[in-house]
Design a protein around this ligand. Structure first.
Ligand code: SAM
Length: 500
């Protein structure tokens, strides 16, 4: 249930409610918002409520307002469009795996498929924007994941094309903690302002952005309020609704060429049976793990393969990369792919992928952006280790230094994707400035030395060298884009390898 102060705040952000205007709570539950509206003096005949659960009827109707038991997401009739002046609420958070979404999959896909809205809260946002009149206002408390996750790109585009975003307030993390809801909430206030004719008005709108507050008492006078012109949300990759990004960084995304022009990633191959076709190479850490597992397992059909190094070097095996993780710069090849004619026939090897070229491996699953050198001759798997091949005469060693820097960790993990996965499209969307000669040389020398040292000793501590790379890269970009000084502090504290 929505805490009363949060409901009060949302209502306070709607502005004046005139006595001929209609206001809807599309998923009313026990009616927290409705009770507050009545307290604020809104006439009962202006208030409309829906809920899928008809048992709320006996709680809501005695308040004197209209209640309809219906599935708001599916019950959309032609006259449901452009009907309300205000819509408020706390939409349910049910994901793709929920019984509700699974049961209604086809119907929901028909209505919301184009906007790719999977979770019910995302569908409620779309549904409510449709139900609003032009100029009408929406105030929701909901999960903040739609602000940044790449899966919600189309929803963000839909909002940008149809609304003025008045306010985004990151509500307290623990707001719903007593109800076992583990999402971090956001309050969003939108005004419907759709169509091509209103494009300029939307773009020129200044959004009021309030970074995460600690408790509900901070809503009315938060310690920070950022302002951002709405057009800026068109510039960040995937139209991310970022709430804490410096304008100068947005400008970097706007103006710099994309990394994709210099470095291109490719989804790798499938063996369909890794246990059968992939072997650990004797002497590696992985061979030890396999040996131990084999000792424990009695089932000989489930044994893990281990091959001797000299067998690996016969050409009947190819080096294979399939692991994520945060290792940077260098990791020894630990796996080999069976390259006999009969086995190759089984594999799915995409034709357009330049396997065997020298390049860079970026972890697809990692807490930070982690790039490693990929020697000639390698094949790679389809998601945990992603192979990238340079397109222009760019230096691989410079790229490694750049991608492993705190600035790029921030751009990739802090801005583009704040989950533990990294996608090719996300890496491609990073900005890239061609380095000046001295910058490039400086970074290359350090990277070569880190790789050499890691080859000798995998646990080699390169914090000091990394700090120099971080400083060189940051000051080069900061000079071009006038980054504020406190950004460097934030990178050192939150995005560097030496921060924890
Ligand atoms: C998170 S509760 C919010 C309740 C109340 N508005 C509040 O803020 O305390 C979500 C409500 O949505 C209702 N609901 C879930 N799916 C619905 C749907 N498809 N259509 C209408 N109501 C739905 C649930 O029955 C529940 O009462």
């Amino acid at each position: 249930m929505t805490p009363p102060k949060t409901a009060e705040y949302i209502i306070s952000r709607l502005g004046d409610i005139k006595n001929n205007q209609k206001i809807l709570d599309p998923c009313v539950g026990p009616g927290i918002f409705i009770k507050k509206l009545i307290e604020f003096g809104v006439a009962k005949n202006q208030i409309f409520t829906y809920d899928i659960n008809s048992s709320f009827k006996s709680e809501i109707e005695p308040l004197g307002v209209s209640f309809k038991a219906q599935d708001t997401l599916i019950a959309l009739y032609p006259d449901s469009y452009n009907e309300f002046d205000f819509i408020i609420g706390n939409p349910p958070y049910l994901n793709k795996a929920s019984a509700y979404v699974r049961k209604n999959k086809l119907k929901l896909r028909k209505i919301y498929g184009k906007i790719n809205a999977h979770e019910t809260y995302a569908m409620f946002i779309v549904n409510s924007i449709w139900r609003l009149k032009e100029g009408g206002k929406l105030g929701f408390i909901t999960s903040d994941s739609f602000l940044t996750l790449s899966t919600h790109k189309k929803l963000r585009k839909f909002i940008l094309n149809n609304c003025i975003i008045n306010e985004i307030l990151l509500a307290p993390k623990n707001l719903f903690s007593d109800q076992k809801v583990s999402t971090s909430p956001v309050i969003v206030i939108l005004t419907k302002c759709s169509g091509q004719k209103n494009k300029k008005i939307r773009e020129n709108n200044v959004i009021r952005i309030i970074p995460r507050v600690n408790n509900e008492d901070d809503y009315q006078s938060p310690s920070h309020v950022n302002e951002l012109r709405q057009i800026k949300y068109n510039s960040l990759p995937f139209n991310i609704f970022y709430t804490n990004v410096d304008e100068e960084v947005i400008e970097l995304f706007e103006k710099a060429p994309k990394l994709e022009e210099f470095l291109k990633g490719f989804i790798g191959m499938h063996t369909h049976n890794n246990r059968k076709y992939i072997a650990a190479i004797e002497g590696t850490e992985l061979a030890e793990v396999f040996k131990n597992r084999n000792i424990k397992s009695n089932d000989s059909s489930k044994k893990f393969n281990i091959i001797e190094r000299k067998v690996f070097e016969t050409g009947k095996w190819k080096p294979y990369l399939k692991r994520g993780g945060a290792d940077q710069y260098y990791r020894p090849i630990m796996e080999a792919l069976d390259w006999s004619e009969e086995s190759i026939k089984i594999y799915d090897i995409p034709k357009n992928v330049p396997f065997e070229e020298e390049g860079i491996i970026i972890s697809g699953v990692s807490s930070r952006l982690a790039a490693r050198y990929m020697p000639w001759g390698c094949y790679w798997d389809s998601n945990k280790a992603i192979g990238f091949i340079k397109k222009k005469s760019m230096s691989i060693t410079y790229m490694l230094g750049l991608l492993n820097s705190s600035l790029y960790n921030y751009l990739a993990k802090g801005i583009i994707n704040n989950t533990s996965s990294i996608q090719i499209t996300g890496v491609h969307a990073l900005p890239f400035i061609e380095p000046e000669y001295e910058i490039k040389e400086k970074v290359e020398i350090i990277v070569k030395s880190i790789i050499k040292n890691k080859e000798k000793n995998l646990k080699y501590d390169y914090n000091k060298e990394q700090k120099v790379i971080d400083d060189v890269i940051f000051s080069f970009y900061a000079r071009k884009f006038k980054f504020p000084n406190n950004l460097k502090q934030k990178l050192d504290q939150e995005y560097s390898i030496y921060c924890n």
